[in-house]
Design a binder for this molecule. Structure first.
Ligand code: PMM
Length: 267
């Protein structure tokens, strides 16, 4: 059964939930709710990676996330830390995080692979071609799914060379990162290229712009609910295609969608 990662952005500016969970108590309450709804992991982030986002300092990032990571970990809730910074990853692991989720797969911070290697955390490697501020300049591909798989394979090799056991690695095609709407669909259609790497595959489509682009723009009501429905659909299709986990904002919708698919499959 595909696992659900519940997204908790403790940021003022994430594209869909920025500003909602800025204080630690609100964030912790939100995480507990996502957990009760069926999230296997809570993915805590303190820096927005939305297109065009500016970087925040590692100190500010840690001020946002560490109290939350510590409280959830103390409750026994599995936490992933979504960060580009080695120092934040190391501090979060010390505070109890079990997974380091780096959308750059170790490319943004030279110290990341060593920091993860020195811990016992699992490492989620995202496909990335550059900072969010100008990532679309890098959205040039021939066969996009194959190229994404090839570049992930290089990051897997770098992680292994740094001393991170392959069994600790998770790969993620980085939906929306240096990819146009059409390229995101091509990656999802070619997900077997990613599962063929032989690692656990994480897929994050939640509320991303390429979903809104395929919804009827004339139906303007309930934009967030419609993106969540679209996310539940892409998440079950990703599960069908072999994803080990999906990363979503609306855990309950994807939980229900996965239950329906598993009934269909007779599982
Ligand atoms: N997407 C965002 C942030 N972190 N982590 C992984 N592993 N995969 C993703 O696709 C991903 C991510 C985009 O921002 P959001 O937190 O607002 O959804």
């Amino acid at each position: 059964m595909t696992a659900i990662w519940g997204i908790l952005n403790v940021t003022p500016d994430s594209f869909s939930d920025g500003g909602r969970y800025m204080d630690a108590d609100t964030a912790i309450a939100r995480a507990r709710m996502l957990r009760a709804q069926g999230a296997a992991v809570i993915d805590v982030g303190g820096e927005s990676t939305r297109p065009g986002a500016e970087r925040v300092s590692a100190d500010e990032e840690q001020r946002r996330v560490l109290p939350v990571v510590e409280a959830l970990s103390a409750d026994g809730i599995p936490v992933s830390i979504d960060t580009l910074n080695a120092a934040t990853a190391a501090e979060a692991v010390r505070a109890g995080a079990r997974i380091v989720n780096d959308v750059s797969g170790g490319l943004a911070d030279d110290g990341m692979l060593a920091a993860v290697a020195a811990s016992d955390a699992d490492f989620a490697i995202g496909h990335w071609r550059g900072p969010s501020s100008d990532m679309y300049a890098h959205a040039q591909y021939g066969r996009v799914a194959r190229e994404v798989a090839g570049e992930l394979r290089e990051r897997v090799s770098a992680a292994a060379a740094a001393g991170i056991a392959p069994s600790r690695l998770i790969v993620d095609p980085g939906i929306g990162f240096a990819k146009s709407g059409q390229q995101n669909w091509e990656v999802l259609r070619g997900l077997d290229e990613i599962t063929a790497l032989g690692h656990r595959v994480l897929v994050g489509t939640s509320r991303k712009r390429f979903l809104a682009e395929v919804l009827d723009a004339r139906a303007e009501e309930d934009a967030e609910r419609r993106r969540d429905l679209a996310t539940a659909v892409t998440s079950v299709l990703a599960a069908r295609a072999g994803a080990w986990a999906v990363r979503v904002h609306d855990v309950a919708a994807t939980r229900d969608a996965l239950a329906v698919v598993s009934a269909w499959d007779g599982a």
